[in-house]
Design a protein around this ligand. Structure first.
Ligand code: NCD
Ligand code: ZN
Length: 351
């Protein structure tokens, strides 16, 4: 029997969207937004600024700053989110839905990650806002890790499923929820098997790397993000989920820029910068899994469907071309080191 081997050097995709992105603000925003705009048509923009984006007025002003920072002629569309606190009211949720510019609300358990101190301290304090989101059909985006210092860092997502996610979905069965940047086999299985109304984003780095990447040849802070990279069994389960064709799984880079000096630091900031080469990283992961034909659904179709939006009408082209990821990129007062800096990619987005 002859072996059938499909070898592609050129792929066209419906232009993808990024359903989880950190753009920061001010000079940092200006330094990074062009990279996302070159790859994606739309992005769900995270609200964890300092101070956080907690109201429609703050979201509208932030949206204007993003639009003003875009390269001339860019069609990039920022989809805004609100940062949920213990004080987020039902009225604020109604205002958010009515605004047309806020597409979701982000729940950070207080202290779970970068700039999350103002997050929800106890899910019971969030009931009024959650009821309102359910009624208004405004999706909730969840950073799914418990913050209990007694729980091992590598177990915080798995424990969150039982302690928070399952009770939350039992109490609010019609609330649409995105389990953000999943990193474990347990989360992938939970999302696959749960009642309808759930989705999950998966980053390129969690598809390409396991936790060895953080420690190989020395402590490597550019591979440190939250939720942290996990064991190989988890990475391979995430690849299985992303390439399964199941519309519950979609692209969210979690590209999270930090200045080089804050990454290469005694207490390094969490976050991997992948905006520059996101779709190429995903293409690499899908090709390694023999599933490049499933990339378009994951990157360009499943996300809009979850958010009740149409897929984009334009297309992008990826070509097989070797190129080196730059060692560093401009960033205000410093530099930014992209994920896998200095390594070679086999795919390149045609401009
Ligand atoms: C994010 C950041 O830097 O804002 N960091 C990260 O490691 N992913 C916050 C987050 O999404 O958890
Ligand atoms: Zn994030």
């Amino acid at each position: 029997m002859s072996e059938r081997r499909v070898h592609t050097d050129d792929i066209t995709l419906i232009r993808p969207d990024d359903w989880h992105l950190h753009l920061r603000d001010g000079d940092a925003l200006a330094a990074v937004v062009g990279a996302s705009a070159a790859q994606f048509r739309r992005a769900i923009v995270m609200p964890n600024l300092r101070p956080p984006v907690t109201t429609v007025a703050l979201a509208a002003a932030y949206r204007e700053r993003i639009l003003a920072a875009l390269p001339a002629g860019s069609a990039f569309e920022p989809l805004m989110t609100l940062y949920q606190t213990d004080n987020t009211s039902a009225q604020q949720i109604r205002d958010a839905k009515a605004s047309g510019i806020v597409h979701a609300v982000k729940l950070y358990p207080a202290g779970a990650t970068t700039n999350s101190d103002a997050g929800v301290s106890d899910i019971r304090k969030a009931r009024a806002a959650l009821e309102s989101m359910q009624r208004e059909d405004l999706p909730l985006l969840v950073h799914g890790e418990v913050t209990d210092p007694a729980v091992d860092l590598f177990d915080r997502e798995r424990v969150f499923i039982d302690q928070v996610m399952i009770p939350l979905r039992r109490d609010f069965p019609d609330l649409r929820v995105v389990f953000e940047h999943i990193t474990t086999r347990e989360a992938a299985q939970y999302v696959r098997d749960a009642e309808p109304g759930i989705g999950a984003t998966i980053t390129a780095h969690h598809l390409l790397y396991n936790r060895n990447a953080i420690f190989s040849g020395g402590l490597r802070p550019h591979w440190y993000c939250l939720p942290v990279l996990k064991r190989e069994t988890h990475r391979s389960a995430l690849v299985g989920a992303a390439t399964s064709g199941n519309p519950r799984f979609f692209l969210g880079t979690d590209s999270a820029p930090h200045a080089q000096r804050l990454k290469e630091h005694a207490s390094a900031c969490a976050g991997c910068y992948t905006a520059l080469h996101a779709i190429e990283l995903y293409a690499t992961a899908f090709e390694l899994a023999g599933a490049i034909d499933r990339l378009e659904g994951f990157a360009s179709v499943h996300g809009p469907a979850f958010y009740g939006l149409l897929p984009n009408t334009t297309r992008v082209r990826l070509r097989r071309e070797r190129w080196e990821i730059p060692a560093s990129l401009p960033f205000p007062g410093d530099a930014i080191v992209p994920l896998a800096a200095g390594e070679t990619l086999e795919w390149r987005l045609a401009s």
